[in-house]
Ligand binder design. Structure first.
Ligand code: NDP
Length: 392
């Protein structure tokens, strides 16, 4: 039985909070803290009286977070604020001596570059403090890493090729909106693509490489190669790997809007002068776009995220596809969030549950594929994200 401190009351924070409440056997006390208290109040109002406590906190301020951890007596902190807060929240956990979990790797607000370097560098600090950090416990990264670890454990002697395939076929009825934080989403999608082959990273122009893929329960969708952070840890931990790529689907309307916004400079992250004031274009755009948390009620359709793995088992070539299909409406019915937040928040809760129950434990900084995948795969089936494996 543990006390969990959830930081960030956005789309993902809502799902994590609901799911922790559903797992009250593990989480005896649940505290949700965020920058804007009214967002916490809204989530609290969706739950039974007394199910959670709420607090206001600035996650960029280490001492304020340490104070809050001590005040509520947290055993673990789940960071579902933004990737900008990863380092301050990790430092706060080390200082307070508690475990840490997040769903996205660190990014500096002024530089659209995401990598594990600074988080991995904190390994010694976590070891010295005798606590654990679990990085990237969302869907991708997160479940996709666990799918690879599961395939490595049960299906292959060596995995040679991995394609991660992420399809959101949901329709929210807007001409343009992003399913999670617009700033993070648009920075990711408008960046150059990158994949790993024979020991080196190969860079591509944004959306340069694309394939048509037939997603089970959805159909054929054009899928575009992007850089995605789970590849950085998977190249370290999967044996015999020759190539890993990541593909995501985008509709025509989304791509057209993205191109226009990019061409007119609305995706810029550098401040510009506007009528005597400095504004950051992408932050202004975020103000104009629908709040991702508001999309839940209007999004219909399915998501399918999975991994195609090819390699050898006992000398024989083999190819399998492990995937998970979620339905936006069902997710909304259960926790008042659409499937993108749901498929991120459920694995965040599962990661924390396994840590609190000491099924996944260690001292230091870890990625998902370093632990026994069986526990996680089992929990996915129980907690609302059932998966399938097919031979190709
Ligand atoms: P939202 O923007 O909806 O929510 C972020 C929340 O964090 C907001 O409530 C925001 O407060 C709060 N916050 C931001 N800065 C601070 C701060 N300094 N102090 C305290 N609270 C703060 O984002 P999402 O819920 O969509 O995403 C949450 C995380 O999940 C992100 O890191 C995202 O990258 C990650 N993600 C991971 C995925 C995966 O599969 N691994 C997929 C999708 C998302 P306020 O309400 O005041 O703005």
């Amino acid at each position: 039985m543990a006390t969990v401190l959830i930081i960030g009351a956005g789309g993902v924070g809502r799902v994590v909070t609901h799911k922790c409440v559903q797992n009250a056997d593990t989480f005896k006390k649940i505290v949700l803290a965020s920058r804007t208290l009214s967002r916490c109040e809204e989530i609290k109002s969706e739950l039974a009286d007394g199910a959670i406590e709420i607090e206001k906190v600035d996650a960029d301020n280490v001492s304020e977070v340490v104070e809050l951890i001590k005040k509520v007596g947290a055993d673990i902190l789940i960071n579902v604020a933004l990737p900008y807060q990863d380092l301050t929240l990790m430092d706060a956990c080390v200082e307070a001596g508690i475990d840490y979990l997040d769903t996205a790797n660190y990014e500096h607000p002024d530089e659209a570059k995401f990598e594990y370097k600074q988080q991995w560098q904190r390994d010694k600090k976590f070891k010295d403090a005798g606590v654990m950090a679990l990085l990237g416990s969302g869907f991708d990264p997160g479940v996709t890493n666990v799918f690879c670890a599961y395939a490595q454990k049960h299906y292959f002697d060596e995995i040679h090729y991995i394609d991660i395939l992420d399809c959101n076929a949901g329709d929210h009825g807007y001409a343009f909106a992003t399913n999670f934080n617009p700033e993070i989403n648009l920075r990711e999608v408008s960046a150059n693509g990158r994949y790993w082959e024979e020991g080196r990273w190969i860079e591509t122009k944004p959306m340069q490489i694309h394939i048509s893929w037939d997603y089970p329960e959805i159909g054929v969708k054009e899928s575009y190669l992007l850089y995605h952070e789970e590849m950085e840890s998977l190249v370290k931990y999967i044996k015999g790997l020759k190539r890993i790529r990541f593909f995501m689907t985008f509709g025509e309307s989304y791509l057209m809007h993205m191109n226009v916004l990019q061409n007119v400079g609305m995706l810029g992250i550098e401040p510009i002068e506007h009528k005597g004031e400095k504004i950051v274009p992408i932050e202004f755009l975020k103000t104009l776009l629908p709040d991702p948390a508001s999309l839940g009620a209007r999004t219909k359709g399915k998501t399918n995220i999975g991994v195609v793995l090819q390699g050898i088992k006992e000398g024989v070539e083999k190819k399998i596809y492990i995937y998970q299909v979620s339905e936006h409406e069902k997710c909304y019915e259960e926790v008042k969030s659409q499937a993108v937040s749901y498929t991120t928040g459920v694995p965040a809760m599962i990661g924390a549950k396994l840590m609190c129950e000491k099924r996944w434990q260690g001292k230091g900084v870890y990625n998902m594929e370093q632990f026994d995948p069986d526990f996680f795969m089992n929990e996915l089936n129980i907690q609302g994200l059932p998966w399938k494996i097919i031979e190709l």
